[in-house]
Design a protein around this ligand. Structure first.
Ligand code: PMP
Length: 367
């Protein structure tokens, strides 16, 4: 068996230990005589899997007791509608929501939210081709915003917030809402600084189909009447994420990933490794004229690293030889072009080293 290094932005690599355990348990989960996929979500076996996953995630992110963790479906794109439907009801209608536009994903959130509220784009880096994050003191927040939305890691443009903005003072107490789909669990965060954190699982957590929402309790119970019950966070929280059938197998795999993370030393250790992995690639990109990354140094993503060949006519050759060396999915998003290496928690430093070694060889050959 040959495992490749998969640099996909998601669905993405999972730890091999997790895949092995899942394979071993596929036909008979711990003497139950069945696969996790076949279990009732209300049975005691699945309940034990669910409880462990929630407990481990709470521990990994140090989620305070006054926050609920919800296991949902619908993905990050679903949350673009679900978040406003749950939060704009905090204010008289039509409410205003503040957005910081830092790339494609916050852009999609803005577009969807317009169906449910007035949108104020409080700051945007569109004029910089999304190579920067607008400094906090340039944001024009509304005095009565229902909430402030940020995407703390823009998967396509490769920009990441390396600070947690304070927004409450200027907005009359608006909660900060963060789309952390592509870097949750990659670094330490102070959950208490956020009202809501959400993310799809298929990048840094587990399989597609599971969506996580971490929400402060006082923000529950204000959903618009048009909000589907299955996406009303209060209904979901009151039913411990079992109002409808949750994505059971995805939760099981996510739970195995949480256990793996704990064995590695938790999020603090992952953050150290992710800093080292990203530095390996950025240092090389900055040292060579053959490739480049255009993102401002202080907001470069540790997870998604877009880069360009100076001679773009070599793009196809670059990708083909990479594939031949077991380095897959390096093509950049079509909206940006070039290349992109996504290096989530499950990508070992050996994978990043193999990529850099390959890039050096390719440069030698073609430079
Ligand atoms: N937000 C971010 C930051 C993402 O990277 C993605 C997926 N690439 C999404 C939202 C959308 O997620 P999904 O496809 O699961 O709806």
């Amino acid at each position: 068996m040959t495992r490749v290094y998969n640099f996909s932005a998601g669905p993405a690599m999972l730890p091999q230990e997790v895949l092995k355990q899942a394979a071993e348990e596929m036909l008979d989960w711990q003497g139950s005589g069945m696969s996790v996929m076949e279990m009732s979500h209300r049975g005691k076996e699945f309940q034990s899997i669910f409880d462990a996953a929630e407990r481990d995630l709470r521990e990994l992110l140090a989620v305070p007791a006054n926050y609920r963790i919800l296991f949902l479906q619908g993905g990050g794109i679903g949350e673009n509608a679900v978040v406003p439907m749950n939060l704009v009801g905090r204010k008289p209608q039509p409410a205003t929501v503040d957005f910081i536009h830092t790339g494609s994903w916050s852009g999609k959130s803005i577009k969807e939210a317009k169906k449910y509220c007035n949108v104020n784009v409080a700051a945007s880096s569109e004029g910089d081709q999304f190579h920067t994050i607008p400094p906090r003191d340039s944001w024009k927040l509304s005095r009565d915003a229902a909430y402030v939305h940020v995407c703390t890691n823009e998967t396509i443009h490769g920009v990441e917030f390396h600070f947690t903005p304070d927004v409450a003072g200027e907005t009359g107490g608006a909660p900060l809402v963060a789309d952390m789909s592509s870097h949750i669990l990659s670094r330490q965060i102070d959950v208490s600084r956020y009202g809501v954190i959400f993310g799809g699982a298929q990048k840094n957590i587990g399989p597609a189909g599971l969506t996580l929402v971490i929400v402060r309790e006082d923000l529950l119970g204000q959903a618009l009447s048009i909000c589907p019950s299955a996406f009303d966070w209060k209904t979901v929280a009151d039913n411990n994420s079992m109002y409808n059938t949750p994505p059971t197998y995805a939760i099981y795999i996510a739970g195995l990933v949480f256990q793996w993370l704990k064995r590695q030393g938790g999020v603090a250790e992952m953050e150290k490794r992710n800093i080292a992995k990203a530095a390996l690639l950025y240092d090389y990109l900055d040292a060579t004229g053959f490739y480049s990354n255009q993102v401002a140094v202080d907001c470069r993503s540790r997870m998604n690293i877009p880069f360009f060949l100076a001679d773009e006519s070599l793009n196809d050759a670059f990708l083909a030889s990479a594939r031949a060396r077991g380095l897959l999915q390096l093509k950049g998003h079509k909206s940006v072009g070039g290349m992109r290496a996504s290096i989530y928690n499950a990508m070992p430093i050996e994978g990043v080293q193999a990529l850099v070694d390959y890039m050096k060889d390719f440069e030698k050959q073609h430079g």
